[in-house]
Design a protein around this ligand. Structure first.
Ligand code: ZN
Length: 253
């Protein structure tokens, strides 16, 4: 757990009935802390509050850290709660627990992760949104030149979403709701918000959707459109089937 000065473990209790482990953390009397806002060192504790964080399981038991967390008096910023080394800001979870949530959320639905960990899914979504937003804000699309665009639905035939993939990086770079031409407008805006340029896009692979074709010709003016093989073959197979059915009818008559 990396408990370092001025912190110390004050108490621990393994409750086999409630199936949980509680650990109480405290700081040494007279300790001084940097201001969480301006970084001014050696601020003295003003008062304390208990902060409870869910940690990863030990011995298969959910573990909770009860941290006696000081507020410090900073001459520049006033009275502020310090940042504890095990968590970020106002999170209910420790950093190690958040890392586990992110790891599991890549492998199973979030509701399933919530059931597995015995937590509300909305708390997990808050963690996921925080790190996804942070990672996305750092994305740089200045060297995106060749993309693929396709739509999919969450339920069969309902709730369409459109995805764009950077083919050179094999990476999804954009997702939004819908499948009309406005999705390409949103994609173009998102490229610009991340250091990209819609006129850098030289080639787009998509299905034969008139909405995509019209959106691409307006929003990505330098892009050549390639219809992907899967959709071309699908359209061809449908056409061949039609002809076959017609011929069968003629033979029967
Ligand atoms: Zn300060």
């Amino acid at each position: 757990m990396n408990v370092e000065e001025p912190w110390c473990i004050k108490d621990r209790k393994l409750d086999s009935e409630l199936k949980k482990l509680d650990i109480w953390l405290d700081f040494k009397r007279g300790s001084r802390f940097p201001c969480p806002e301006c970084g001014k060192p050696n601020c003295s504790a003003y008062d304390t509050r208990e902060k409870v964080l869910r940690h990863i399981n030990y011995f298969q038991y959910p573990t909770y850290l009860h941290i006696r967390t000081p507020r410090v008096m900073c001459s520049n910023c006033g009275i502020l709660q310090i940042r504890v080394p095990w968590a970020r800001g106002l999170s209910h979870f420790t950093l190690r627990m958040e890392a586990m949530i992110l790891e599991l959320a890549q492998k199973m639905p979030v509701l399933q992760v919530a059931n597995l960990l015995g937590e509300e899914d909305k708390k997990l979504w808050r963690v996921i949104h925080h790190y996804v937003d942070e990672a996305r804000s750092k994305e740089d699309f200045s060297d995106v030149f060749v993309i693929g665009v396709d739509e999919t639905s969450r339920k069969k035939g309902h709730n369409y979403i459109t995805l764009a993939v950077d083919f050179e990086d094999s990476k999804v770079i954009f997702v939004c709701e819908g499948k009309d031409s406005s999705t390409i407008t949103s994609l173009s805006e998102d490229l610009q918000n991340h250091n990209g340029d819609p006129s850098n896009i030289k080639s787009v692979c998509c299905d034969m959707s008139p909405s995509f074709i019209s959106g691409i010709s307006t929003e990505l003016p330098k892009a050549e459109i390639t219809f992907d093989k899967f959709h071309v073959m699908q359209a061809m197979n449908e056409a061949v089937d039609e002809v076959r059915k017609e011929e069968q009818k003629k033979i029967r008559n």
